[in-house]
Design a protein around this ligand. Structure first.
Ligand code: NAD
Length: 767
């Protein structure tokens, strides 16, 4: 693969929804970016781009991963600053979807650009050869389509389309950058209208809308059927349209019907809907407007969820519909709506190989990453059975696409030895390709038995002397079983391996200690058991810290409570850029009990930005932990001190395992376990200071009575307990303080109430 550092500066033209978001993601990668838009206000010629950045700073979820990233965006306008694209290695065009405006802009770009600067369009629908009509050979060589999804930071898919003249080396440079620096998963698409994801997604949405009208199904029933049972987010179809904007539908329809071939199956289903037109005209454009197919009715003060009656267009109280429980094959065979939304969509998807995508894997990837489907169309077909689906299609009058006929009674995917394979158009199975440098955990696991395994964790040999510790419990929660595996892993790795990593492929790294288990122990007042769990966790984590080999943890998604403390007790962290980590124990009336307090103080004592002395580090940690602060990115986790400057951040989730393994191996030569820290802490006077800070929060109504009690317990640990200023507090002392404070809080009924509420509602109880 091409060198990612070939792109040192980027220009994004068009500071709308997409352009601004793309610029932010370039900045998140640490690369300076020039964001240009038109001049709308002669008095402030850069106002459009400036306004876009200002808006992004207020957007939640945030487009920027850190304050530092936001500073990398420079704003300007295309009249005064277009010449500056000569400074850039890549120009992304993300202006409105109008071919005349895009072509006009390219002519201007061609006049000022440096040859070899990559130019790409973020168009959703316009074919590449139309875009470059009238441009030179050189321009065509340096041009490609990079189709990001909204919002660019959070959607992992990018579709890349090249033309016959595109320079492969230049394309490789852009691909290396969007993959490694911007963290996107690349799906190569052919130059056809709507590319892959939107082509299928639009067909699927339209099928779902039409069928609900035709079959007289309510929007709630429709979303219950087309959601969870099909591995689709619970928004299903109608709530999804509300989310993306009801007004987007006619636009998408128009652009696809005008560019797709007249005999494309989409043409037959793309109907105008009088109800949707009326909704748009009345301002019911979805969540951004007055509401959509669903709305929250605030009349009379309350908040009632309502849904539209598709027959009359009137709102009525929303009903709760449970998703059907039948397996997918039965569901599509027996439920008319399920068939109408899925059957034709699967047929359509299967008809697009090879015209829109080289192979079926690209189609599955595009739908999973671009529409958040759990399974791609061909994985769905495998669940139903290709032969069974073909029979159903015949029965329902849907022509069976050649690819489905080709499968016969075979599946589209199979496992051959340790390899995952897919069915090619030649009727033979081929290995699913993995991008260069990517290691997939599932591939590694396929060929072997775990070294160790119990109900909550497993240990795997991942090659080159590295062992991976995997959490396997619900939400990757941590319990005594995990600690047992850690205990056994240490002599095992020491005897026969070089390094240990903590990695898994869940949605979240770990939700922390298993609260359900804790609650059970508390309810039967099994204090001994609880204390054992606390002490056992401390022991296991410290054994990891002082093991005679490197330990590297690889967080992603949520890594909270005990899931954060295992990071803190590792030699190094290799975090996915989207890591949400923090010590959230106070939310359930507890304090960090697995070494988190001392580890955080140690990290802040190392921080050169903080004044020396006993008070600054504990105060900083108190500020972060007493408010249960969770980072909103790995970059922010570094700002909070959860990550050290030497810890790594991986932008592309697909590359986290390979990067973590490499980091672990890089630490092997000459490895020395860390020296146990010694603390000089402020003692009682520091605790009083923290108490005053907490009381001011309490006075302002920002902390409850019990918050004061819990934060005082935390302050007691962070300040070193009753020790005198001159005493050295060892790590062992800190662990003992943690245990004692934890055990006091855990016996308090107000803690019990917090844990119960957290388990029932997922939200903290403010008692
Ligand atoms: P938008 O309307 O939010 O923003 C377009 C921006 O382009 C505006 O700020 C406008 O002032 C600016 N602009 C218009 N003409 C210009 C010109 N000649 N020079 C410079 N700036 C100009 O649009 P958007 O949703 O961000 O879409 C931008 C592109 O991305 C389109 O091609 C669209 O098809 C594509 N796209 C959109 C989405 C999405 O979900 N919105 C997703 C993928 C791709």
């Amino acid at each position: 693969m091409s060198d990612v550092s070939a792109i040192k500066k980027v220009c994004v033209i068009g500071a709308g929804v997409m352009g601004a978001g793309i610029a932010a993601q370039v900045a998140n990668a640490g690369i300076p970016v020039l964001l240009l838009d038109i001049v709308r206000d002669p008095a402030d010629r850069d106002a459009v781009a400036k306004g876009a950045v200002a808006r992004m700073l207020k957007t939640d979820p945030a487009p920027f991963m850190s304050a530092a990233a936001a500073k990398l965006v420079e704003t300007g306008n295309i009249e005064d600053h277009l010449g500056r694209i000569a400074e850039c290695d890549w120009v992304v065009e993300a202006i409105i979807e109008r071919i005349d405006l895009k072509q006009d802009l390219y002519a201007k770009i061609e006049a000022v650009r440096r040859p070899g600067t990559a130019i790409s369009s973020n168009t959703s629908t316009i074919p590449l050869d139309h875009l470059i009509a009238g441009r030179s050979e050189e321009f065509a060589r340096d041009f490609l389509i990079t189709h990001f999804f909204n919002p660019p930071r959070y959607m992992r898919l990018i579709e890349i389309v090249t033309g016959p003249k595109s320079d492969p080396a230049l394309v490789a440079r852009v691909e290396a950058f969007v993959d490694r620096a911007m963290g996107k998963t690349i799906v190569r698409a052919k130059d056809t209208p709507g590319f892959i994801a939107n082509r299928i997604g639009t067909f699927w949405i339209q099928s779902g809308l039409n069928a609900a009208f035709d079959l007289g199904v309510t929007v709630e029933e429709a979303d219950a059927i087309a959601g969870k049972p099909m591995g689709v987010p619970k928004t299903g179809i109608f709530a999804l349209v509300d989310l993306v904007g009801v007004d987007l539908m006619p636009n998408l329809q128009k652009s696809l019907t005008s560019t797709l071939a007249p005999d494309d199956p989409y043409q037959a289903i793309a109907k105008a809907s009088p109800l949707i037109e009326k909704m748009i005209a009345d301002g019911y454009t979805g969540r951004k407007g007055k509401g959509g197919f669903y709305r929250l009715n605030r009349d009379g003060g309350g908040k009632r969820k309502e849904a539209i009656d598709l027959a009359t267009g009137a709102y009525r109280e929303a009903i709760t519909v449970q998703p059907p429980r039948a397996d997918l094959a039965t569901l599509v065979a027996t439920n008319a709506y399920a068939w109408a939304v899925l059957g034709p969509t699967l047929a359509y998807a299967a008809s697009l190989v090879p015209s829109a995508a080289d192979d079926l894997v690209a189609i599955d990837e595009a739908m999973k990453l671009g529409y958040n489907w759990k399974w791609g169309p061909f994985e769905l077909i495998d669940k139903i059975g290709a032969a069974r689906l073909a029979a159903l299609m015949t029965e329902k009058g849907v022509p069976v696409p050649p690819l489905i006929a080709l499968a016969g009674d075979r599946s589209f995917y199979r496992v051959e030895g340790t390899k995952q394979q897919y069915l090619g158009l030649d009727g033979a199975y081929h290995d699913v390709a993995v991008p260069e440098g990517v290691i997939r955990f599932e591939d590694l696991k396929r060929g072997q038995q775990p070294l160790l395994k119990n109900g909550s964790a497993a240990l795997w040999d991942i090659g080159d002397g590295v062992v991976a510790l995997e959490f396997t419990g619900k939400m990757n929660a941590l319990d005594g079983e995990v600690m047992k595996i850690i205990g056994k892993a240490i002599p095992l790795v020491q005897a026969s391996y070089k390094a240990l990593i903590v990695y898994n492929d869940g949605t979240n790294f770990s939700a922390g200690a298993n609260l359900g288990l804790a609650l059970f122990a508390l309810n039967i007042a099994a204090w001994g058991e609880v204390e054992k769990l606390v002490a056992g966790g401390q022991q296991a984590y410290k054994a990891l810290k002082y093991a005679p080999f490197p330990v590297v943890s690889a967080p992603f998604g949520m890594a909270i409570g005990g899931g954060c403390e295992i990071l803190l007790n590792s030699d190094a962290i290799q975090a996915h850029a989207e890591t949400y980590t923090g010590l959230v124990e106070v939310g359930v009336g507890l304090i960090p009990g697995w070494g988190g307090c001392g580890e955080m103080i140690e990290r802040w004592m190392e921080n050169p930005a903080l004044p020396k002395g006993p008070m600054p580090a504990p105060s900083k940690v108190f500020e972060i932990v007493s408010t249960a602060t969770v980072s909103k990115s790995a970059a922010q986790a570094r700002d909070y001190g959860f990550l050290r400057p030497s810890d790594g951040i991986t932008m592309n989730r697909d590359r986290l395992l390979a990067d973590t393994k490499a980091k672990a191996l890089s630490l092997v030569d000459g490895y020395q376990p860390p020296k146990p820290p010694e603390f000089r802490l402020p003692g009682e006077s520091g605790r009083v200071g923290m108490k005053m800070a907490a009381e001011s929060f309490h006075k302002r109504g920002l902390a409850t009575d019990y918050d004061l009690v819990v934060s005082d317990a935390l302050a007691g640990v962070l300040t070193g307990g009753p020790a005198d200023l001159v005493d050295v507090v060892t790590e062992k002392d800190m662990l003992k303080l943690e245990r004692e404070a934890f055990m006091l809080r855990v016996r308090d009924p107000r803690t019990l109430a917090r844990i119960e509420t957290m388990l029932e509602t997922g939200k903290p109880l403010r008692n």
